[in-house]
Design a protein around this ligand. Structure first.
Ligand code: ATP
Ligand code: MG
Length: 417
């Protein structure tokens, strides 16, 4: 079933608002197994909106329209739909009642033009509003004898998303008569570029292109790493899961430890869990990241059973005095090692992780911007590494966080449990 998208709003054309709605809708249509081949943006002009609806409906089985459902004179979506349906607009008493109640419950006077939002084309079904004042619409349309459907949802992103998930996607599934189950699995990876990963997965990608199910997509997510998403379609959830298991296993056999987690996992949640399973506590010595690693870890409920604390040893003399680092250049593996040992001692943790580096804007101790030295005191050994992390200050610091946590993760995984 082909489902295309029309986003209504002059501000989208002027670049005053970025059309994130279409991107979100496109992603969710794909995840639900619907083909979506065209996305259109059109300004707030009745004739042009109507034309956009007609053209899109000529090619697609269903069209999702977002925006232009508001109460003001430039919200023309429902007028254009009525024209396309060849139906008149009538006031829907229950929608009008809901809008009145909503204003009353907020203790506000309702401007009369809000009742425009209660105007429904004859033959359309209302998707009741739960958040804003604009209800959505499900509008059957006959195009050259074919039964098609147009859905109208509000432009406000959270209202649009809620209505799509609650009403539009289920209705599309019901119409397509497709009882298949579609499941996704996201593999979170760190440590390789999109092109590098693409090259290594070349064989699998080729096989999947022939099979068509499951599908594989890369989602580059900056300092959250690179996501590899598998989408499987099958008659039952069990069969879809089996497909995902099989192909995720094959991807992992190639990518190995670069896969740090799945779906909602984050690097910090995975690292915390790993330390917890091994019964290890962690102490941090942060220089270049100034507490960001600790902030990320403590963003997760229950971090306290693993994380002892963090010493933000930003000034050199704090490293020397508090962590007993030998006086000398502080952006070095030697300093990182001593910071890790020092913090483990001071905080009484099983593991000490230290970060020192140059976030910029200028070099330090002859080391270029982007230099990151990590020290890890773990068991009887101290491991260190030096990397060149990309980006300007903020990006450099965020990359440092995930890089250091990944260094810790991999060290634990390769150690004896
Ligand atoms: P409302 O009933 O709240 O007026 P509406 O259906 O009339 O909703 P619009 O007036 O078109 O929607 O848009 C409302 C707001 O939603 C815009 O100001 C904008 O912030 C956001 N918005 C609209 N369309 C999009 C879009 N395609 N992508 C992202 N945001 C959008
Ligand atoms: Mg509006």
């Amino acid at each position: 079933m082909r489902v295309d998208v029309v986003a209504v709003g002059t501000e989208l054309l002027l670049g005053q608002i970025v059309d994130t709605n279409s991107a979100w809708i496109g992603e969710h249509l794909a995840a639900h197994g619907f083909d979506s081949l065209s996305q259109v943006k059109v300004g707030d002009n009745l004739k042009r909106v109507e034309t956009a609806f007609r053209r899109t409906l000529a090619d697609a089985d269903a069209v999702i329209v977002c925006g232009g459902l508001g109460p003001t004179h430039d919200d023309l979506t429902r007028d254009a739909i009525a024209a396309v349906m060849g139906a008149e607009l009538r006031l829907d008493a229950s929608v009008a009642q809901r809008i009145r109640e909503m204003f009353r419950s907020r203790g506000r006077h309702m401007p009369e033009n809000n009742l425009r939002q209660a105007m429904v084309p004859v033959g359309a079904t209302v998707i009741p509003q739960t958040r804003g004042t604009a209800p959505g619409l499900i509008c059957p349309v006959s195009v050259d004898g074919a039964n098609k459907v147009l859905y109208a949802v509000p432009g406000v992103p959270h209202e649009m998303k809620e209505m799509l998930e609650r009403a539009v996607l289920p209705d599309l599934h019901a119409r397509s008569g497709d009882s298949a189950v579609i499941l996704n699995r996201i593999m979170r990876t760190w440590g390789e570029s999109e092109s590098g990963l693409n090259e290594r997965l070349d064989g699998i990608i080729g096989e999947l292109e022939v099979l068509g199910n499951p599908t594989l997509a890369f989602l580059a997510s900056g300092w959250d790493g690179l996501k590899v998403r598998l989408t499987a379609k099958a008659p039952t959830a069990q069969a879809a899961t089996a497909l995902l298991d099989e192909w995720a296993g094959r991807v992992e056999a190639i990518v190995g430890q670069q896969v740090f987690g799945y779906d909602d996992d984050t690097m910090e949640s995975v690292v915390l869990q790993l330390l917890r399973e091994r019964g290890l506590t962690l102490g941090l010595a942060e220089s270049v990241t100034g507490g960001l690693v600790s902030a990320r870890l403590t963003g997760i409920a229950g971090a306290s059973d693993v994380l002892r604390g963090s010493i933000v040893s930003y000034a050199s003399d704090v490293k020397f005095d508090l962590l007993e680092v030998t006086e000398g250049p502080v952006v070095s593996e030697a300093a990182a090692a001593e910071m890790a040992i020092g913090v483990r001692h001071v905080l009484g943790s099983d593991v000490g992780l230290a970060l020192t580096g140059v976030a910029g804007p200028t070099e330090q101790d002859g080391m270029p911007v982007g230099t990151l030295c990590i020290g890890l005191a773990f068991g009887d050994a101290v491991r260190t590494t030096t990397l060149r992390v990309p980006g300007q200050r903020e990006q450099m610091r965020q990359f440092s966080v995930i890089t250091a946590l990944d260094f810790l993760r991999r060290t634990i995984l390769t150690s004896e449990s």
